[in-house]
Design a protein around this ligand. Structure first.
Ligand SMILES: Cc1ncc(COP(=O)(O)O)c(C=O)c1O
Length: 441
């Protein structure tokens, strides 16, 4: 199996291995880490940097842009970027739950229109924030002008004089790239050299410039951040440190609340909602978690899911340190087939926000990701990339680790975060359970 660290390296006596990171995690074994810092929502939320009013304002911005989005993208009739909530059939749900009670739903962000992945929620949103600011500055958004005007040549000329840059494992770059190119921006995406070749190809096809870096995803982000510092004609979308990205993700909570209500699903103390979220740098699952906590309080319990070789959020939270801690620091190698989750250092912004809010972090093996990817394709027709299957692999281990009583009347939502736009050959490779794609062609 790819993704497992060299055991000798994992057990090497590191000078300052942060205490608190369980040995099983350091050995690359699937683990459930129940978060000892979790606090009642009412205690956790008021000190956070994001309030319900901020998320509502972000939602209002999405709504303002709907006419423009509908004009730019044929598939967006209503201009709304949201995904279906799908019920899993009983036999599949039973396999996912492994004998525990409850129902299982899939929040199908792998089908999210335009980009086919959860990163659109943050990435598209941040481009809209930038475009809106530039358009206002240029006097293009007066009180009588609708947002559809931003597709006109005059606005494109303004945007065309600016660059949107981003460091990405692939999906954020694509989301930012698609949106920014559609508005006429120049786009630069910084990626690690071993990021998936097809993701780089796809970016070049939409007219983005792809800059490759020798190190991992974190070094690509750092290099781009430095390169774009202080440039008045550019905006750098900082995957590790952006409140706008976070807010874009957080608005997804409103979609899920509406869909659960439409499906007649009750969420309260006696009917808890468990949400399983694949975690890379942490922005997407962190934003969604904050949004859900603001709407459902203690009735919702969020579980982050990471590959055994790249549990950056687990390591950061378990270490309990103010400084950043990487998976390399605990002897892991960050090699996983789940390329969207191959992140060595968590966002500190997100780690601080979610520290008291999340229920647990579960780590899962690449073999488990592939097994669930196959199962969900054959049994439920879900076309997922490896990262997006992570949630399924975490449900049973999490429920087993959860202290009794078993929450029999629970609703489980597994967030599938990407995959619908995977090229057929890549999907077939993922179905075969191939190891991580080697370095770019
Ligand atoms: C498919 C997929 N799922 C989940 C994530 C995790 O998002 P984040 O890095 O914001 O934690 C990513 C990140 O790129 C992704 O591509």
């Amino acid at each position: 199996m790819d993704g497992l660290p060299d055991p000798a390296r994992a057990e090497a006596p590191h000078q300052d291995i942060p205490r608190g990171v369980p040995l099983a995690v350091r050995r690359g074994q699937p683990t459930v880490w129940l978060n000892p810092h979790r606090a009642p929502t009412a205690d956790g939320l008021p000190t956070r940097a994001v309030s319900l009013a901020d998320v509502e304002a972000a939602l209002a911005r999405w709504r303002r842009f709907e006419p423009l989005l509908a004009r730019l993208f044929d598939e967006l009739e209503t201009g709304r970027i949201d995904s279906p909530l799908r019920a899993l059939s009983e036999p599949v749900a039973r396999r996912v739950l492994g004998g525990a009670g409850g129902t299982v739903w899939v929040k199908a962000d792998h089908e999210l229109p335009v980009t086919g992945c959860i990163k659109a929620r943050g990435g598209v949103y941040e481009v809209l924030v930038y475009a809106e600011a530039l358009a206002r500055e240029a006097g293009l958004l007066g009180p009588r002008e609708g947002y559809a005007r931003l597709a006109e040549p005059e606005a494109r000329r303004v945007f065309g004089a600016h660059t949107v840059a981003v460091g990405s494992t692939g999906n954020l770059g694509f989301s930012v790239g698609v949106m920014a190119r559609a508005l006429g921006f120049r786009v630069e995406v910084h990626m690690s050299r071993d990021a998936k070749a097809w993701k780089k190809r796809r970016l070049r096809e939409i007219g983005a410039e792809v800059v490759e870096h020798a190190g991992d995803y974190g070094s690509a982000v750092a290099a781009a951040r430095t390169g774009f510092q202080g440039r008045p004609d550019a905006h750098f979308v900082d995957d590790e440190d952006s409140l706008d990205l976070f807010l874009g993700y957080a608005t997804a909570a409103f979609d899920l609340r509406r869909q659960l209500a439409e499906a007649g699903v009750t969420v309260d103390r006696d009917h808890p909602l468990f949400v399983y979220l694949p975690c890379g740098v942490g922005g997407a699952p962190g934003g969604v978690t904050l949004g859900l906590k603001l709407l459902f309080g203690d009735a919702v319990r969020c579980i982050f899911v990471e590959p055994v070789a790249a549990p950056c959020m687990l390591v950061q939270l378990a270490a309990g340190l103010e400084r950043t801690v990487s998976v390399y620091d605990v002897g892991l190698d960050n090699r996983t087939a789940a390329d969207g989750l191959a992140v060595a250092r968590a966002s500190m912004l997100v780690a601080r926000m979610v520290r008291g809010l999340i229920e647990a972090v579960a780590t899962v093996s690449d073999d488990a990701l592939h097994a669930w990817l196959r199962d969900l394709w054959h049994a439920a027709g879900l076309r997922l990339e490896p990262s997006a299957a992570a949630g399924f692999a975490a449900v049973r281990p999490f429920l087993t680790a959860l202290p009794p009583p078993n929450p029999a009347r629970a609703t489980h939502v597994v967030w599938t975060t990407g995959g619908a736009l995977l090229p057929e050959a890549e999907f077939q490779k993922a179905l075969r359970g191939s190891a991580a794609e080697p370095a770019a062609e």
